[in-house]
Design a protein around this ligand. Structure first.
Ligand SMILES: Nc1nc2c(c(=O)[nH]1)N[C@H]1C(S)=C(S)[C@@H](COP(=O)(O)O)O[C@H]1N2
Ligand SMILES: [Mo]
Length: 328
């Protein structure tokens, strides 16, 4: 790990990341045939997709398979084991295995999310109220970490836009800030100088309103494991993973572009937009390729990173006319 006196913690160089030990490789041909079958017949629209076997560890969270364009990546789905034991959640430690080991202390009930700032309906929503706000969908998204690895995860949730519409942002609201839990009693690294706490993130209003931006409550047909950001997180599939804040307690609507945790830590390395872009390198490494966690273990071959993580058709228009090397 690289900890310097002046700048705190940095994402490690990809070469420093310990590859996960042994990850079973699973073909997902049947999986996708299953999902397609469900969609085509319309049968079982409200059942969890046959695509994703439930690990049976946590409470089930039923969802219909999302019909939204771009919401069903055709890639092999990462195993639940990899997705829940190879994590970044620095409140619980900086090694990939730390969150799975330490996050059992996180208390996810009772849980409320405060809505504040430039909205007609500010206030506090309980997790129970949030869960009932819109129909749950299952969406298979690629998640690309800025460190150069990626996963394919079947998330469960609904478009963040559903919540935003209900709280009625004012015309002056241009950005949405996500503030995550920072509880030193249950999160051992909160208080350390690894990052400044709470971990915050932000999106421009049109990014937050984009239907692919998922308010996420579950994965693999069950509620989120703590290490993946229980009980509620954001998932923004075309951006580097760190934009997807975990364990959110506050959503604030602002006129000015909010500061974000990684931008505060190293502004020259992590910009506000952080769209996945193979043509714009991180100052310390290339972003042209990635390693898919679980596929080939130590010998995983690198695959090409796609523009906007493969979601260009859906989101490219949001950035028309912008210089993406400047707005990295
Ligand atoms: N609160 C919080 N959210 C966070 C992080 C974190 O350290 N704290 N890490 C981010 C990073 S770097 C990544 S790659 C993703 C990983 O999500 P996953 O563990 O569910 O795959 O979570 C993001 N959200
Ligand atoms: Mo990341």
């Amino acid at each position: 790990m690289l900890i310097t006196q002046d700048q705190g913690f940095h994402h490690p160089y990809p070469s420093e990341i310990t590859p996960p030990q042994v990850y079973a490789q699973r073909r997902s041909l049947l999986v996708h045939l299953g999902a397609a079958g469900l969609l085509a017949s319309g049968a079982g629209a409200w059942a969890q997709s046959a695509a994703v076997p439930r690990p049976g560890k946590l409470a089930p969270l039923d969802a219909k398979v999302s019909a939204l364009a771009g919401a069903q990546a055709k890639d092999n789905i990462t195993t639940y084991k990899s997705a829940s034991t190879y994590n970044n959640f620095y409140e619980f430690g900086t090694d990939k295995a730390d969150p799975a080991e330490n996050a059992h202390t996180l208390k996810t009930r009772p849980w409320t999310v405060e809505i504040e700032g430039l909205v007609k309906k500010p206030g506090s929503l309980s997790l129970e109220e949030l869960l009932k706000l819109s129909a749950m969908e299952e969406r298979i998204y690629r998640l690309r970490c800025v460190e150069g690895w990626s996963m394919v995860i079947p998330w469960v949730g609904f478009s963040l836009s559903e919540l935003i519409k209900k709280v009625e942002p004012l015309g002056s609201a241009k950005f949405v800030e996500f503030i995550t839990l920072a509880d030193p009693k249950t999160m051992p690294y909160v208080g350390s100088r690894v990052l400044s706490w709470p971990y915050t993130e932000g999106l421009r209003m049109d990014e937050a309103m984009h239907p692919l931006t998922l308010l996420t409550f579950g994965m693999y047909g069950e509620v989120l494991p703590n290490q993946n950001g229980a009980p509620v997180r954001i998932t923004v599939p075309w951006k580097y993973g760190f934009k997807s804040g975990k364990s959110i307690v506050k959503i604030r609507f602002t006129e000015k572009q909010p500061l974000t945790a990684w931008n505060k830590a190293a502004a020259n390395e992590y910009g506000f937009y952080s769209n996945v872009n193979p043509a714009v390198d991180h100052p310390r490494w290339s972003q042209a390729t990635e390693r898919r966690i679980g596929e080939g273990g130590l010998f995983a071959k690198k695959i090409k990173t796609q523009m906007f993580n493969g979601y260009e058709a859906q989101v490219g228009q949001l950035y028309a006319g912008m210089d993406l090397a400047k707005n990295f």
